[in-house]
Design a protein around this ligand. Structure first.
Ligand SMILES: Cc1cc2nc3c(=O)[nH]c(=O)nc-3n(C[C@H](O)[C@H](O)[C@H](O)COP(=O)(O)O)c2cc1C
Ligand code: SF4
Length: 433
C-alpha cells in the first residue's frame, strides 16, 4: 500500500483529488513531499511517454472542464514529434456561475496540479506550459506563483529536470475576468495578447493553438488527477464511478442546502445523497424545487428528476441536462424561477463576445424580455418568444456560449412555463423574496 494511503485516515482513502487535503500546510512543497507528493513525477519523468498516455486513456478520465471528452483520447490527437514546439495549457479560468472547485483545489494543494502538469508535459513532449487563471482569483494566483518558485528551487521545473534531460517551464497567466476566456480558443487568443474571442474549430488547439502551434488544453481537475492515476493505475481509478463515467469528481455545491461547498465523490453518486448526506439536507427544512446540475449553462432539473438522477455524464444527460463542470445549484421552494432565469440571461448577454449575430443579438433579445417586465410591458406570450429565440440560437455560432445561454432558458421553460409567464407579467416589486 502506498504512502498516501498509509498516512490517510479511513475517510481519505476514498479520494483521488482531495487525498492530501487533511494534511495541514500541504500547499508547502516540503509538506506535500513528506506526504508522497512529487513521487510520481520522479518515477514517470524519463519513462516511456506512451505508457503514461495509455494509462490515462485506460483510466477513462474524462475532461473535467465541462464537455467530458476523454482526456487520453484527446492526448492521442497531439503530435508525437517530441522535438516540435508545443504547449500545455491548464484551464483555471473557472468562470461558469456556480463552479468553484478548481479554485478550491489550487488554493489547498497547488502542487498536485503542478505535479500533474509536469507528468503530462513529459508524456506529451511539451516544453512550455501556462496556467491561465481567472483574473479575480488573485489569492490563488499568488499561491500558484509561490508553489512554482518552490518547484523551480527543487529542480522540478526549468532546464534538465532532475538531470533527466527534460526542459519544462511553467508560468501563471492571469486573465481579466471574461467568461469567454474559459473557452479554449478564446483563452488562447487572450494568452496571445489579443481580444479573448473564440475561433472556429477545426482546427482544434491540439493541432493549431497558441501561436499557431499544437497546444493541449486541459482543465485543472483533469491534470490534477494524473498523479493518482499514475500511482495506483487505471484499473484502480476505474473502480470509482460507473462504466462510462470513471473516477471521482469534484462538485461545487451552492444554494439552499445546509452545508454548501466542494465535495469529492465517485461519479454516479445520487444527487439525493449529495444533498441529504454530504450537504446536510435542505436549508431550513424547505422543500426542493429544482436543481441546476452542471453550472449555469446546464438545463434545470425539476425536484423529481433531481432526486432520481445519478451524477454521471450519462444519467444527467438522460434527464435532458448535462453534468458540465459539476456545479450543483440547489433551489428551494421559496425561490422564483423568473429571478434565476433573469440573472442567468443578464450574465450571458454581458459575456457574449459579440462576434456571432445569433449570440450577440439573441442574448440581448432574451434579456430584453425581462427588461420589458420592469417597464410593465412584458406579456405572457413573451415566454413563447423566449423559447423560440433560444431555439434559433442553438448550433449556429462559433463557440458554445450561445448554446450555454439557450439551453438553460429552454430547460426553465420546459418545467416552469406558468411560473415564468406569471413572473414577466407581474409588477416588479410584488414578486421578490
Ligand atoms: C463558453 C465556454 C466557457 C468555458 N469555460 C471553461 C472554464 O472556465 N474552465 C474549463 O476548464 N473549461 C471551460 N470550457 C471548456 C474549454 O473550452 C475546454 O474544453 C476545456 O478547458 C478542456 O479541458 P478538459 O478536456 O480537461 O475538460 C468552456 C467552454 C465554453 C464554450
Ligand atoms: S457564440 Fe457568442 S461568445 Fe461565442 S464566439 Fe459567438 S458571439 Fe462570441
Amino acid at each position: 500500500m502506498d504512502k498516501i494511503m498509509e498516512k490517510d485516515t479511513a475517510n481519505y482513502k476514498d479520494y483521488t483529488l482531495l487525498s492530501y487535503h487533511h494534511i495541514p500546510g500541504v500547499h508547502n512543497i516540503d509538506v506535500f513531499e513528506r506526504a508522497g507528493g512529487y513521487e510520481m513525477m520522479k518515477k514517470w519523468v524519463g519513462a516511456e511517454p506512451e505508457t503514461i498516455k495509455e494509462e490515462v486513456k485506460q483510466s477513462g478520465l474524462r475532461g473535467r472542464g465541462g464537455a467530458g471528452f476523454p482526456t487520453g483520447v484527446k492526448w492521442g490527437f497531439f503530435t508525437k514529434d517530441r522535438a516540435a514546439k508545443k504547449y500545455l495549457l491548464c484551464n483555471a479560468d473557472e468562470s461558469e456561475p456556480g463552479t468553484f472547485k478548481d479554485r478550491f483545489l489550487v488554493e489547498k494543494n497547488p502542487h498536485i496540479l503542478i505535479e500533474g502538469m509536469i507528468i503530462s508535459a513529459w508524456a506529451l513532449g511539451t516544453q512550455k506550459g501556462y496556467i491561465y487563471i481567472r483574473g479575480e482569483f488573485y489569492q490563488q494566483a499568488v499561491i500558484l506563483e509561490k508553489a512554482l518558485k518552490e518547484a523551480y528551487a527543487k529542480g522540478y521545473l526549468g532546464k534538465n529536470i532532475m538531470g533527466k534531460g527534460f526542459d519544462f517551464d511553467l508560468y501563471v497567466h492571469r486573465g481579466a475576468g471574461a467568461y469567454i476566456c474559459g473557452e479554449e480558443t478564446g483563452m488562447i487568443s487572450s494568452l496571445e495578447g489579443k481580444k479573448g474571442q473564440p475561433k472556429l474549430k477545426p482546427p482544434f488547439p491540439a493541432i493549431k493553438g497558441y501561436r499557431g502551434l499544437p497546444t493541449m488544453v486541459n482543465n485543472v481537475e483533469s491534470l490534477a488527477a494524473v498523479p493518482w492515476i499514475m500511482r495506483f493505475g487505471a484499473a484502480e481509478y476505474k473502480k470509482f464511478g460507473t462504466e462510462k463515467s470513471a473516477g471521482t469528481k469534484l462538485f461545487s455545491i451552492s444554494g439552499d442546502v445546509n452545508k454548501p461547498g466542494v465535495i469529492e465523490v465517485p461519479l454516479g453518486t445520487t444527487l439525493k445523497e449529495i444533498i441529504e448526506v454530504h450537504c446536510g439536507g435542505m436549508r431550513n427544512g424547505n422543500k426542493l424545487k429544482a436543481v441546476i446540475p452542471g453550472g449555469s449553462s446546464s438545463p434545470v432539473l425539476n425536484a423529481d428528476d433531481s432526486y432520481a438522477v445519478k451524477m454521471d455524464y450519462e444519467d444527467v444527460a438522460s434527464k435532458g441536462s448535462m453534468l458540465g463542470s459539476g456545479a450543483i445549484v440547489v433551489i428551494d421552494e421559496t425561490r422564483n424561477m423568473g429571478d434565476i432565469l433573469k440573472y442567468t440571461l443578464e450574465f450571458y448577454h454581458h459575456e457574449s463576445c459579440g462576434q456571432c449575430t445569433p449570440c450577440r443579438e439573441g442574448t440581448g433579445w432574451m434579456e430584453s424580455i425581462f427588461k420589458r417586465r420592469e417597464s410593465g410591458k412584458a406579456q405572457k406570450s413573451d415566454i413563447e418568444l423566449l423559447d423560440k429565440t433560444a431555439a434559433s440560437m442553438r448550433g449556429q455560432t462559433i463557440c458554445a456560449l450561445a448554446d450555454a445561454a439557450a439551453m438553460p432558458t429552454q430547460g426553465m421553460i420546459k418545467f416552469f412555463r406558468p411560473e415564468l409567464e406569471t413572473y414577466v407579467t407581474t409588477n416588479v416589486n410584488s414578486n421578490k423574496r
